[in-house]
Every structure is written in C-alpha cells, then in structure tokens.
Ligand binder design. Structure first.
Ligand code: FPP
Length: 248
C-alpha cells in the first residue's frame, strides 16, 4: 500500500536535497560495471522528481556530480556526462508538461561543451515554469561555492559597492549559487553512508538529515514518500524549546 495518503499536505518541506549514492555498489552486486549503476540511477532521478512534484515540493536539489568526481576513471566520467545529456534530451518534454524549471549549481564551465549546451537549452526553455525547481548540482563542491562567494563579496568591498559592516547572513546567502532558493529542509542520502560530502554546507544549517540503506538505483517513489513521512515526524525547533513550537 502506498504511503502517500499518510503524508500531511500541510507539512511539506519546501526544499529537499538528495545525495544519490550507491550506484557503483548496486552494479557490483549484480556483477556489472559501475556505469550500469549510473544508467539505472536515471530512473530513480525521474521517480524522485515525480514524487516531489506530486507532493508540491518547491525545490529538489540533486547531487549529480561533485568537484571530487572528476578524479574518477575517464570512462566513468564520460558515461556520467553523456547520461546527463541524453536524460536532458529525453526529459525536456516531461519537464515542460509538469511546469518544472531546470536550474544548476556548480562550476558549469568545467563540463564538456556538449553538456553545457544541452543544459543551457533546457534551462532556457523551462525558465518560466513555476511549479517546481529541479536543481542539479554539477561539478559542485560546497567549499568551492563558499570560496567563490567570498571572492565576489570581497570584490564588492574593494569596489566600495558594499561595506564590511553590511556583510551579514543575508548578503552571504545572496552570493551563493543557491541565492534564489530557500534553505534546505530535508537532506536525504542513500546507500547507508552517513556523511555530507561537501554538499550544501551553509544551506543545511537547520535541515533534517535522513539516511537510508537503499542504493540509489533501487530508490523509488515510495522510498521518497518514506523519507518525507520521517521528516514530518521530526520536531524542528530551530534552537527554541519544545513548548515554544506551536502545535496545531
Ligand atoms: C553516486 O554513486 C552517484 C553519482 C556520482 C552520480 C549520480 C548520477 C546519476 C544518477 C546519473 C544521471 C543524473 C542525472 C541528473 C540525469 P557512486 O558511484 O558513488 O556509488 P558507490 O558509492 O556505490 O561507488
């Protein structure tokens, strides 16, 4: 039976971020090459996007490629890049139909030209969609993002566009790659690993963390719903005490 009816539609997280992990191990368990895991991971991307859209989640951020992933064997990197291009081509219609806007965070300039071109196209075509943002983290590292932010803020201080006293959390937020997105409410990591791995370090300050043993290629809509239900049973205090949190 689906978990969907148990979900409280009044307590839907605005921003969910996922560390999609375990593709390699999934393939290994099946005696296949690692890239087989990535290929099967695309279905989980689709199911999670559909589930998020169905629930009315405003932003879904997926960790598709980290700055550290460039160190993987060339064949694996090439496969991931061509999977990205082919998925974008295949999913454009579905994104349009479901009013989903594609966005990216990370150093896009490091991606192969073909991937950059495809991304640019899909971003342009979907730019006016408003129901949900599908935000792909590509060649993304949180520390790199923070370094980039500091450089951009420093430039403004040097150019006297900004004074040091004016620098606050809001200013920093506005210079991150995620400047237009709300804070992450829920971060999910699959495959049993319990690490953040340089993902959205600033943005998860108050996020609930959810870890599941399910390997990414096995992650289905119901697994997504399960994570949301778990989130809804947590008490988010934001530093306050239980009694200060208004209960319905
Ligand atoms: C981690 O598994 C997964 C990745 C590094 C990439 C995820 C990419 C996809 C699911 C494919 C396409 C993406 C989009 C957005 C269309 P791992 O290789 O680290 O697994 P392991 O820890 O078992 O080795």
């Amino acid at each position: 039976m689906s978990l969907l009816p148990q979900i409280d539609t009044q307590k839907i997280p605005q921003h969910v971020a996922i560390i999609m992990d375990g593709n390699g191990r999934w393939a290994k368990q099946k005696g296949m090459a690692r890239v087989f895991g990535h290929k099967n991971g695309v279905k989980s991307v689709r199911e999670s996007t559909e589930a998020a859209r169905e629930l009315g989640i405003k932003v879904l951020t997926l960790y598709a490629f980290s700055t550290e992933n460039w160190n993987r064997p060339k064949k694996e990197v090439d496969t991931l890049m061509s999977l990205l291009v082919s998925s974008l081509k295949e999913e454009l219609k579905t994104l349009q139909k479901n009013d989903i806007k594609l966005q990216t965070i990370g150093q896009l300039e490091n991606l192969p030209k073909k991937a950059q071109k495809e991304l640019k196209e899909v971003i342009e075509v979907t730019q006016n969609n408003t129901s949900m943002i599908l935000n792909l983290a590509l060649s993304y590292g949180s520390r790199e993002e923070i370094v980039n932010t500091m450089k951009n803020i420093s430039k403004k201080v040097v150019n006297k566009e900004l004074s040091i006293e004016e620098i606050d959390e809001k200013i920093i937020n506005n210079h991150l790659y995620t400047f237009n997105l709300p804070d992450v409410d829920l971060m999910i990591r699959t495959s049993g690993e319990k690490r953040i791995s340089n993902f959205l370090l600033w943005q998860i300050a108050y996020a609930e963390l959810y870890f599941t043993d399910v390997l990414w290629p096995d992650f289905r809509k119901e697994d997504f719903f399960k994570a949301i239900l778990d989130y809804q049973h947590r008490e988010r205090r934001f530093g306050k005490i239980s009694e200060q949190i208004s209960k319905p």
